[in-house]
Design a binder for this molecule. Sequence first.
Ligand code: PMP
Length: 385
Amino acid sequence: MTIELSDRVKAVPPSGIRRFFEIAEERDDVISLGVGEPDFSTPWAARDAAIASLEQGKTSYTANRGMRELREAIADYAADRFDLGYDPAEEIIVTAGASEAVDLAFRAFVNPGDTVAIAQPSYISYEPGVIFAGGEVLSVRTREEDEFRLTVEALEEAGAGDAEMLVLCYPNNPTGAIMREEHLEPIAEFAREHDLTVLSDEIYAELTYEGEHTSIATLEGMRERTIVFNGFSKAHAMTGLRLGYALGPADAITAMNKIHQYAMLSAPTTAQHAALEALDSCENDVREMVDQYDRRRQFVLSRFREIGMDVFEARGAFYCFPEVPEGFTAEEFAEGVLREEGVAVVPGDVFGVGGEGHLRISYATGLGDLREALARIEAFVADHA
Ligand code: PMP
């Protein structure tokens, strides 16, 4: 007997990145620029708070929406840092990573057959999430000549005005693109005009170099139609603690909580204690990590230019997105540089339309390894010129 799988699960192909990890695991000299997680450890104060909470036996479930003090701290942080005003009682839900929050949103708002427009290239989880929820994906292609910002022309070209929902991720994984207020205004206008719900994944908001992050939810008429996602994985280097949150109108957050309370009960309690401390006392740790990412970003961008690979000026997250040299597909380049030089990078195609011909390079890796990896990429390019 075999267990019959659901059509929704069968409709989603396995992750395109996995094959590269398998090759990388065969050898022990590989430098990985492939992973999307900080190389820093969680700031000590947050770790200590987690340890103390365990010592004090704080290992029960919390409120479904998360500990009240944590929701209050998130509300204060979002208001101070990004001008986002949300009521901790009704407009915030704490989840097991931003991933859970994004999944809840799809499940809470998508009806069978609804169309969800996704600005791509983008993080790989949105598309499967939409399919698991029974929706249809509409890929909206962003372009390098627009520095991978979403434009109204791109939305119109894809026919996104007929969609029910729009997913945005800025600062962007995988391109490192950011969108400033003047770039978000026309998108907000389009969303209002076509009555789109906007899911805005802002998990890299703190990792904005040159200027400050603007949330689309702060623009006129957007708060009531937007869900903002954020979390502790990136800025606070807490990936394994699994803690994120969503901000949105009370009815929408209550609907997400309806699923969360049955599927999850509550986000990990130990992680909630760590997160509370992270917001309370780890601002300087975040600044220091962001400074280091910025230094690495500048180094990596300048090295790609020296090597002669075109790369646009990524200003956010911890990725850059160079073009592969002529004569290669992204996949061929990624496979070649891994086999011949032992550097793991991710071909842009896995991030959806617009990613072809590009590589995602993560600089969440120490400068020493980055230096060596770039030297190996340079050698690979020279060998195949
Ligand atoms: N959104 C984006 C854009 C990401 O890059 C990631 C992690 N790679 C996530 C969400 C998932 O974050 P979390 O660890 O909070 O689930």
